[in-house]
Design a binder for this molecule. Structure first.
Ligand code: CO
Length: 467
């Protein structure tokens, strides 16, 4: 890896010169491009132009996350009529963010590091970064063309009240604090006994908020006049809800200047409701995501601010997908807050097309019906693992299935019948269509174990029936 170079700051005249064209793409230029790339990566930037390291030459490097682009003599051949406003920083102007309007798409040409001519059709962040770096070659800085300039990230100017309860909301709360956006208060559900005979325990959000030194409010109901008065006194710009667990009353929805915003772990309008993660797995969906949306009196039906997609892996279960979605939500939040802070949200009503709902998981949903297809049973197991676990019974004993896989089946068999009870095939049970190999199970009152370990303690005969 090449050595990074010092970055020239805004006052230096080299940043104001029109840079000279590259005459020869030779070893020296390649060395310069390598050191520019090293400098950009070390400074955590997405682009750098040669004048920024004190070299008045037409050379740029850009990497917006899908690979390094290094160009000599870059030129914009075409720019779209459509323009977009976005927020840009510049490694030569530390701490400053500028709102800059630019063509949304550009066609750029230049010479690659071997001197070959290349063409690039760029959109979104890549288009913006290329234009920003090419501006540097003409002595132009973002502050010259800014619609507005911020000397600190605009989201950090917001007074945010954070409302959340379970572990799902904890990464989001931390992301806010890490982004310099300390909530003025954290609202969470009151402490509740966890399990029989145990003392009331604070919610995961309360525990984390206290660790972070944030003021915590725990109203019994959000309609409580004293609570609403307290919120009014805090004068929040924004109320941000991440899995709070209660519908907000109109008096609260209209209180903050920028409204109330919710984070929902699905691609709304798909999986509206209480159990979006479980229901996506239950249906065998191959993708889900997180949505940041405005809250209205109707649940999960407000206009959409931002969405991010997330593929579901075949071996994802509820526990794993929950954690990945919680991380994705935390990742998306600062960008959403930034849009809100600069007043550039383009709210999008949810697509009115029919979408699968996400009703809560009931006790009835926990029982395995072996007459269903193997694929559906495996999806049920994924949706309920590790908690509460899909339940069945065999030889008079209750058993939870935590991990399973679907298999084809040729020979006729009664659904629920044991087709294999050990050996290389493991524990295989006939389903209405196909068969299910049980991989991890948990006997009532016992611990989770492999199916092999279970069979060692509880041998089963072929033909014994589950269900
Ligand atoms: Co710059």
């Amino acid at each position: 890896m090449a050595e990074p170079l010092p970055i020239i700051k805004v006052e230096h005249p080299v940043l104001r010169q029109v840079a000279r064209p590259v005459r020869n793409v030779n070893r020296r230029l390649r060395e310069l491009l390598d050191r520019m790339a090293a400098t950009m990566y070390a400074a955590d930037g997405v682009g750098l132009a040669a004048p920024q390291v004190g070299v008045s030459l037409r050379a740029i490097v850009v990497d917006v996350g899908d690979g390094l682009v290094a160009l000599a003599n870059p030129e914009i051949l075409e720019a779209s009529e459509e323009r977009e406003v976005g927020l840009e920083g510049c490694l030569s102007i530390p701490g400053v963010l500028a709102e800059v309007e630019r063509p949304a798409r550009v066609r750029v040409t230049g010479l690659d590091r071997n001197g070959r001519r290349v063409w690039l059709d760029a959109s979104e962040l890549l288009a913006r970064a290329l234009q920003h770096e090419i501006d540097h070659l003409d002595g132009v800085l973002i502050t010259d063309k800014a619609l507005r300039v911020w000397d600190r990230p605009p989201e950090t100017t917001l007074r945010v009240v954070f409302m959340g309860t379970p572990a799902f909301a904890v990464p989001s709360l931390r992301a806010l604090v890490d982004a310099g956006c300390r909530p003025v208060a954290v609202v969470t559900r009151p402490d509740r006994p966890r399990g029989r005979g145990l003392a009331p325990a604070p919610t995961p959000v309360r525990q984390d908020a206290e660790r972070l030194g944030l003021p915590v409010l725990t109203p019994e109901t959000t309609r409580d006049p004293a609570f609403l008065e307290e919120l009014r006194r805090l004068a929040p710009d924004l109320v941000l809800c991440v899995a709070y667990g209660r519908i907000l009353p109109p008096a609260l929805l209209t209180l903050p200047r920028l409204g109330c915003v919710n984070v929902h772990p699905s691609l709304l309008p798909k999986y509206r409701g209480e159990a979006p993660i479980q229901r996506a797995l239950w249906d065998g969906a191959e993708e889900t995501g997180v949505t940041v949306l405005y809250m209205t009196e109707e649940v999960d039906a407000g206009d959409i601010i931002l969405q991010r997609r997330l593929p579901i892996a075949p071996d994802d279960d509820y526990g794993r997908l929950h954690d990945r979605l919680a991380a994705a939500a935390a990742d998306l939040l600062p960008a959403a807050l930034r849009l809100l802070a600069i007043g550039r949200v383009r709210p999008r009503p949810p697509d009115p097309a029919a979408a699968p709902p996400a009703p809560a998981v009931t006790r009835q949903d926990e029982f395995i019906d072996w007459r269903r297809p193997a694929r559906a049973i495996v999806n049920q197991v994924r949706a309920l693992s590790p908690r509460p676990g899909a339940e069945t019974a065999v030889a008079g004993r209750r058993l939870k299935v935590l991990k399973a896989e679907a298999l084809p089946r040729e020979e006729p068999a009664e659904p629920g019948g044991v087709l294999s009870a050990g050996g290389a095939d493991g524990l295989v049970v006939a389903a209405g269509e196909g068969a299910v190999r049980l991989l991890v199970v948990k006997p009532a009152g016992g611990r989770a174990m492999s199916a092999d370990d279970y069979l060692n303690g509880h041998p089963l005969a072929l033909g014994v029936a589950f269900g």
